[in-house]
Design a protein around this ligand. Sequence first.
Ligand code: ATP
Length: 204
Amino acid sequence: MAAESSEPQRIAIFGGSFNPPHVAHVLAVVYALSTAPIDGVLVVPVFHHPFAKELASFEERLAMCERALGWIPRVVVSPVERDLGGASLTLRTVEHLAAAHPDWSLRLLIGSDVLGDLPKWHRFDRIAAMAPPLVLGRVGVVPPPPGDGPISIPAAPLPVLPRVSSTEIRAALAAGDLDAVRARVPASVLDYIEAHRLYRRADS
Ligand code: ATP
């Protein structure tokens, strides 16, 4: 996403565990590029999740994000949270990207399942000022009322993306149910998962 003019580039940061990346992530970035006032998407796999989820290694998730999303025009997969090190905090990432790329105007691309967590985020008010949220509806999620509580929670649009989650994919992989996974995970990611024996039960 090299600057071609002095105009600010409108970049959406798409952070997540991507454990593993799935087709709703692919559709999410294409949908956002198609419908939202953005020029590019920066995919940012979390390094160490502050809420301590069980994750495949960072390098594995980065490699899977490259396969799932790196081929899409105007999408870049970034190791920035590994480079910053330590526990990943969205505020730190946003501040770093804003300082490193003064020509970028930032948005934060999130699914509506994240809205309920925002009050727990460190300085969400500051994040929202630097990178206003761009919200994707998520099927099955009842979002909190907009503007509820001490911070301003954005409204969630109606969902258009399919009901797919990494959690259900990990469960299907652990159960050895590859047929359930094939329609929900990019083939290149599934090849990687199988080659690296990820998400199997400990005894398999
Ligand atoms: P998990 O099931 O492990 O919580 P996930 O499927 O939510 O994972 P993440 O990597 O946590 O995947 O998601 C990254 C971002 O993509 C988040 O903002 C999340 O809300 C959004 N997202 C993921 N799947 C969908 C979906 N089906 N519809 C809308 N947004 C989604």
